[in-house]
Design a protein around this ligand. Structure first.
Ligand code: NDP
Length: 278
């Protein structure tokens, strides 16, 4: 029987994961089926149990189930443990369900593909929600000189800085306290872009060769990326490469084959642009 995979979320219609995994399967000659499934908000555990009981091999998990998936997993990778959230579940040979978090490593791999170096860099991370929780361990593993987390609700940034304190130099700040600071890389992990908003950032925040990354992606540059261009950022990227990168890590966990991400990112970007012009 063809191996079954799926992504669970609510909402789920917008998910590009089936398209991405179909392309990975074609590219690597793997026989698998990948579906998207809308799961009622109170039904994650029972739906996931049924999926694996019926022979399912692996799941991706998106909003709002990443913390429930963390508790559902019977084993955790160190990065999932660190993040406190799971976006990938994999049936192991011993029948146990392993939980992983591939979001952060997906972003770091995307930055590598873009030729961005994180080692020794001063990095500003905006936001302190689930996505930022997922990226901090892989970012700190690249040995930046310092990571500052700035968030609207400063206590959440402080909580994260304390949680990741052992992994590197990481501190919390309020947006207002960024005046006079300079960073080599700024990562927007807030959901402000979704509503076309920009966190209150001071001018002069970017160093002379700065790179700016927005976790959100779309056909048009986000408000944050427009701001970054105006402020003189040298490199800009949105989160499409992260989306494909996290999927590639999940695919690797399930199939032990690493797919190529660049052709898939290129195809998705083309689709986004075609939608824009149609
Ligand atoms: P959460 O809801 O967990 O966190 C949202 C964060 O954004 C909080 O820190 C919140 O601050 C902040 N925020 C929201 N609105 C504003 C605003 N107007 N001004 C300043 N700060 C604001 O969301 P996630 O962490 O799950 O997702 C964050 C973003 O990352 C989303 O845009 C999502 O699409 C993207 N994402 C992209 C992925 C990819 O593969 N490309 C993967 C995962 C996420 P406060 O704490 O004060 O409320």
């Amino acid at each position: 029987m063809t191996d079954q995979y799926a992504v669970f979320g609510n909402p789920i219609n917008h998910s590009k994961s089936p398209v991405i995994h179909r392309q990975f399967a074609e590219q690597t000659g793997q026989d698998l089926h990948y579906a998207k499934q809308l799961v009622e908000v109170d039904a994650f555990v029972k739906t996931a149990q049924a999926f694996f009981a019926e022979g399912g091999k692996g799941l991706n998990v998106t909003i709002p189930f990443k913390v429930e998936a963390f508790h559902f997993a019977q084993q955790l990778t160190p990065r999932a443990q660190c993040a406190g959230a799971v976006n990938t579940l994999a049936l192991q040979a011993d029948g146990k369900i392993l939980g992983d978090n591939t979001d952060g490593i997906g972003m770091v791999h995307d930055m590598h593909n873009l030729g961005w170096e994180l080692r020794g860099k001063r990095i500003l991370v905006l936001g302190a929600g689930g996505a930022v929780r997922g990226i901090l361990q892989p970012v700190l593993a690249e040995h930046p000189s310092q990571v500052i987390i700035a968030n609207r609700t400063v206590s959440k940034a402080e909580e994260l800085a304390a949680h990741f304190h052992d992994l590197g130099d990481v501190k919390a700040k309020a947006f207002e306290a960024l005046n006079g600071e300079q960073f080599d890389i700024v990562i927007n992990g807030t959901s402000a872009s979704l509503s076309g908003d920009l966190p209150p950032l001071p001018n002069g925040l970017l160093s002379s060769n700065a790179s700016c990354y927005d976790l959100m992606y779309g056909a048009e540059p986000t408000v944050f990326l427009k701001w970054a261009a105006e402020q003189g950022a040298v490199e800009l990227a949105d989160g499409l490469g992260m989306l494909v990168g996290q999927a590639a890590e999940a695919f690797y966990l399930w199939r032990q084959i690493r797919p190529e991400v660049v052709p898939v990112i290129t195809a998705l970007r083309r689709q986004l642009n075609e939608k824009k012009s149609s």
